[in-house]
Design a protein around this ligand. Structure first.
Ligand code: PAF
Length: 278
């Protein structure tokens, strides 16, 4: 495995290759990341994994500081599973010039997580764009847990004509339903037990939406109230079109329920996609 720390070395190492599959990460690798890597290996032997905790996408310094950093463990996992290239730049290498170019994103980037984490998706978009330019992959893999991120990255490559196939991979869950996330390691024992309630709530919202016994607004309000009552602080629980992320139009069939809520000081997100009728 080549562990590469500079942009210059990365460009040189990848120059002779075609058909590169890219898995960008912020490290603290878990089953979710490993599934993305496995899927990448199904397409090509040239898999590039990046590990970079991107300061541009954190809207709170506190959150950035305590984000789990496990580079040594991550590298040994990647080595074991035979990843040929890992790009792990330092902050100064990756952000060596002032990032004064900004991206104005589609309106949907300022809704849902974008509303509660100002600047987050601009930071993601700039970093993903930089990484795509450096790696020049044929395809890139992202988890569907970050549904809004995946949606925006698909829009980014489409609107900026980047010749990259963006592949979304299903969320990997613990046995109790909790979506795998690097942030789970920040939960204490009590909150870890409680954490599956987020996915359970999304599931019960889905059942209600299919039954049509309540309006979507009522389903969202009821679910928000019950999670808040059991000790969460809900940012949003929202039923949307899975195609546009807008509020569903009348009789829309392909839906997604997205949720973000905080337990203690740990903010978790999750979502569930479904169709109202077959
Ligand atoms: O999903 C992530 O881990 C990050 O947002 C990404 C895509 C690596 C960009 O920093």
């Amino acid at each position: 495995m080549q562990t590469i720390h500079t942009k210059y070395e990365l460009i040189n190492a990848l120059k002779p290759l075609t058909n590169i599959a890219f898995v960008p990460t912020m490290g603290n690798l878990h089953e979710g990341h490993l599934t993305l890597i496995q899927e990448a290996f199904k397409k090509t032997e040239y898999v590039v994994v990046s590990i970079f905790i991107n300061p541009l996408q954190f809207n709170s310094t506190e959150d950035f500081k305590r984000y789990p950093r496990t580079l040594e463990e991550d590298l040994s996992i990647l080595k074991k599973i035979g990843v040929p290239f890992v790009f792990a730049p330092s902050e100064s290498e990756m952000l060596d010039s002032l990032q004064t170019f900004a991206m104005h994103l589609p309106q949907i980037a300022y809704d849902l997580c974008g509303k509660f984490r100002p600047g987050h998706f601009e930071g993601v978009a700039i970093m993903v764009y930089k990484l795509f330019n450096l790696v020049q992959p044929e395809m890139a893999f992202f988890g569907k847990k970050d549904f809004q991120q995946l949606f925006l990255i698909k829009a980014l490559v489409k609107q900026l004509d980047l010749p990259i196939n963006i592949i979304g991979i299903d969320t990997v869950r613990h046995d109790d339903g909790l979506a795998r996330s690097s942030r789970n390691s920040l939960l204490n024992v009590e909150y870890r037990k409680k954490a599956p309630q987020l996915f359970q709530t999304l599931n019960s919202m889905k059942e209600k939406a299919i039954k049509k016994s309540l309006s979507f607004d009522e389903i969202e309000a009821f679910a928000t109230q019950s999670l808040n009552a059991s000790g969460w602080i809900v940012d949003y629980l929202s039923i949307r079109s899975s195609q546009s992320l807008a509020s569903p139009v009348h009789d829309e069939n392909q839906l997604v329920i997205l949720g973000a809520a905080t337990l203690g000081s740990v903010r978790l997100i999750d979502n569930i996609e479904f169709c109202i009728h077959d």
